[in-house]
Design a binder for this molecule. Structure first.
Ligand SMILES: Cc1cc2nc3c(=O)[nH]c(=O)nc-3n(C[C@H](O)[C@H](O)[C@H](O)COP(=O)(O)OP(=O)(O)OC[C@H]3O[C@@H](n4cnc5c(N)ncnc54)[C@H](O)[C@@H]3O)c2cc1C
Length: 544
């Protein structure tokens, strides 16, 4: 019989023999009765109060005994039954035999790529269109933007193959309970070149450099399964007749389309505007804005690992900090921590600027950063003739002020934390920051009062939770405006737009996902909804 055993603690340098010995101890049998161990989940426990850092494993293993020992009948130990999660998609559609147009997926971020992959696997021959370049063509555009301040509004840090997920930290954290779907996604990434850690780590990380090779392989899989991918292909408009999608306008040309996964991300503000004009249902959504805070990674490691800090077996440490709303001061939380990473500038529209963070697979840079965000709701910003677009306009205003205050050229407004708190600006920033294009700026010229007041009150006590981190080493960068979508493209439980039949908004831009994994999963769901609809008789897709 094969069993699964949770909470198996092993040293960081474990091998199979150690795993079998520790599992045997938990199960109450000799290690010799166990064989074929597979680690299916691994998390690090390096809290300084432990005698030594350990991995906490979930292990699947063959138990060569007729029955479980009596003491093994406890929580965390179970006999495995064969899983049905590896079954291929249950719905298959034939290509080229029907009369309806081909399914189109718009956007090659995590949501669009996974939607196209699922559709292709099921035989639907999807067409995936992406306004930006493929990963290889995108990299020099991004380098030009960072080094010379030249923005290509169609192919940049946010647009192009991989979407906002390409030049990212590449952490694949998932809060979803859909374990089977998450495993399918991780297995696919692994088969495209991601390390084995994505299959087992509780908080896997790939890094931007690895994604640059993994995502083109995913594209090749889509093409091999019958899909088509077109870069530099921008959706300009949707054509809706009697509440149903009839066609898309792509690079000025009409393409018949009755089933479309719209996975354009939350930076495609021109798409939001176009949808609003065409009467697609949109709704304002709360989001958050703030700053990115950078610290020496060695200080973060010491705070999190204590005396274990510096061990080559431990990766760069991460943190998550929150502060509740108190005495009329809003809540604040850290977000998208990038250990051993750098602060980057982002833009997708000319003369607007926002910050973010990224890392490489080794996470070995001497700095770590995280956003510190303050929740924003529609009552915080001026009304707009189209209420759902008011949040977008609010983001734009902050981003415009940031661009102008830093003197143009997409330089990064920055400020030492101690200066921010003292409401002054020092002419120099400390040495060793990760962002070479930073200029000292008074953030009160960029961010609204309710945000700066919250950050003043919240950041110092939050940093106290990181033992030994000195506030005078912290540098802030601003504004962080694109942590999540400011609106929902509303959809029904079948994933279809509540106003427009045939339109399936998916991923972060639809407002129903945030992060690489949740967006990828949402794209997979959108594909399944379409496949179900098609197989129910709405028609079988053919070529465009
Ligand atoms: C710098 C940075 C670091 C991040 N780090 C992490 C991280 O470590 N972990 C994590 O989970 N999340 C991270 N995120 C968030 C994550 O990248 C997003 O949640 C995720 O990429 C959203 O996926 P998506 O497919 O919904 O949208 P996107 O990734 O935004 O992709 C949308 C795609 O649609 C395309 N598009 C837009 N408009 C059109 C159009 N009109 N026609 C054709 N194509 C169009 C865009 O070019 C883009 O490629 C990070 C984001 C950024 C910006």
């Amino acid at each position: 019989m094969r069993i699964q055993v949770q909470q198996v603690n092993v040293p960081l340098t474990y091998d199979d023999a150690t795993v079998l010995q520790r599992v045997g101890r938990k199960v109450g049998c000799e290690p010799g009765s166990l064989s074929n161990p597979t680690v299916v989940r691994r998390s690090l426990d390096a809290r300084p109060r432990n005698p030594e850092p350990v991995y906490v494993l979930t292990v699947e293993v063959d138990l060569n005994l007729p029955a479980l020992p009596h003491c093994a009948k406890s929580p965390g130990i179970e006999v495995l039954v064969e899983s049905s999660e590896d079954n291929p998609p249950s719905v298959r559609v034939q290509s080229g035999t029907g009369t309806t147009p081909r399914v189109v997926v718009v956007g090659a971020g995590p949501a669009g790529l996974m939607a196209a992959y699922q559709l292709a696997l099921a035989g639907a021959r999807p067409l995936l269109i992406e306004r930006g370049d493929d990963a290889a063509g995108r990299a020099p555009k991004v380098a030009e933007f960072w080094n010379q301040g030249i923005l290509d509004p169609e192919s940049n840090v946010l647009y192009g193959e991989g979407g906002a997920g390409l030049f990212s930290d590449g952490k694949l954290t998932a809060r979803s309970k859909e374990r089977g779907r998450i495993r399918d996604f991780m297995k696919l990434l692994h088969s495209c070149g991601a390390g084995e850690n994505v299959l087992i780590e509780a908080e896997p990380h790939v890094g931007s450099d690895a994604l640059l090779t993994i995502l083109p392989r995913l594209r090749e899989r889509i093409i091999a399964a019958g899909g088509e991918v077109r870069f530099r292909s921008r959706l300009d408009a949707v054509i809706i007749e009697s509440g149903r999608l009839r066609a898309l306008v792509v690079n000025g040309k009409e393409i018949d389309c009755t089933h479309c996964v719209l996975a354009v991300g939350h930076s495609a503000r021109d798409v939001y505007q176009m949808l609003a004009t065409q009467g697609v249902s949109l709704q304002p959504k709360p989001f958050a804005v703030g700053v990115r805070l950078e610290l020496p990674q060695s200080a973060i490691d010491r705070a999190q690992y204590g005396r274990f800090a510096g061990s080559p077996l431990l990766g760069a440490a991460s943190f998550r900090l929150t502060r509740r709303e108190e005495n009329g001061i809003r809540s604040c939380y850290s977000f998208c921590m990038c250990p051993g990473g750098k602060v980057i500038s982002c833009a997708s529209e000319p003369d607007l600027f926002t910050t973010n963070g990224m890392s490489y697979s080794t996470r070995s840079l001497p700095t770590g950063n995280a956003a510190f965000l303050v929740p924003v709701s529609p009552s915080d910003y001026p009304e707009h003739p189209i209420p759902a677009l008011a949040g977008v306009e609010f983001q734009r205003q902050l981003e415009r002020k940031a661009f102008t205050s830093a003197g143009g050229g997409y330089k990064v407004p920055a400020c030492r934390l101690v200066d921010f708190l003292a409401q002054r600006v020092s002419p120099e920033l400390p040495e060793g920051g990760s962002c070479p294009y930073a200029v000292p700026i008074e953030f009160r010229n960029i961010l609204p009062n309710f945000v700066t007041t919250t950050l003043e009150k919240a950041i110092p006590p939050m940093l106290k939770e990181l033992n030994g981190v000195r506030p005078d080493t912290a540098v802030l960068y601003a504004p962080e405006t694109r942590s999540s979508s400011p609106l929902w493209i509303t959809r029904n439980p079948e994933g279809e737009s509540t106003s427009t039949r045939g339109l399936y908004p998916a991923g972060e831009g639809a407002g129903y996902a945030g992060g690489i994994v949740s967006s990828a999963l949402d794209g997979m769901r959108a594909a399944e909804h379409i496949l179900t609809r098609i197989s129910e008789g709405a028609g079988v897709p053919t070529g465009v």
